[in-house]
Design a protein around this ligand. Sequence first.
Ligand code: CA2
Length: 146
Amino acid sequence: MTDQLVLLLSGPNLNLLGDREPDVYGSATLDDHVAVARETAQAHGLTVEHVQSNHEGELIDAIHGARANAAAIVINPGAFTHSSWAIHDALAAFDGPIVELHLSNPDGREAWRRTSVVAPVATGSISGFGGDGYRLALDAVAALLA
Ligand code: CA2
């Protein structure tokens, strides 16, 4: 049987991880985090497809694509977390589990980060555990799909 596919989405500026703000986001790169997600997925018999984009429409297109081929979505929407009702609507049209993932804990930061417009359409959220969040998110997806 083929592995179930999990779409891992990374929003704007996450391609800069490891380069700046290590005090907030850690020193690992996005590739490092994706590797952890892939390893965790593999241990659960899942496969990860990763898409990073700095463009809202590209993230939305990827979510639409997931409707046909993915069992679950893990998404770190970056700053779109706090503003993108378009991503909210796209996720609302996806039928499987959705895990919202953040490296930092947005609730402990600036006031504008305390609102997530993605949270209402997510199955659950993992925030504030740094890179460990990628392993936790894939563990959560596996449990939800089991
Ligand atoms: O904590 C998270 O994972 C965030 O989604 C990261 C977003 C931020 O806007 C959210 O409030 C919380 C920002 C990602 C930007 O990442 C950078 C990495 C290195 C240098 C600059 C930005």
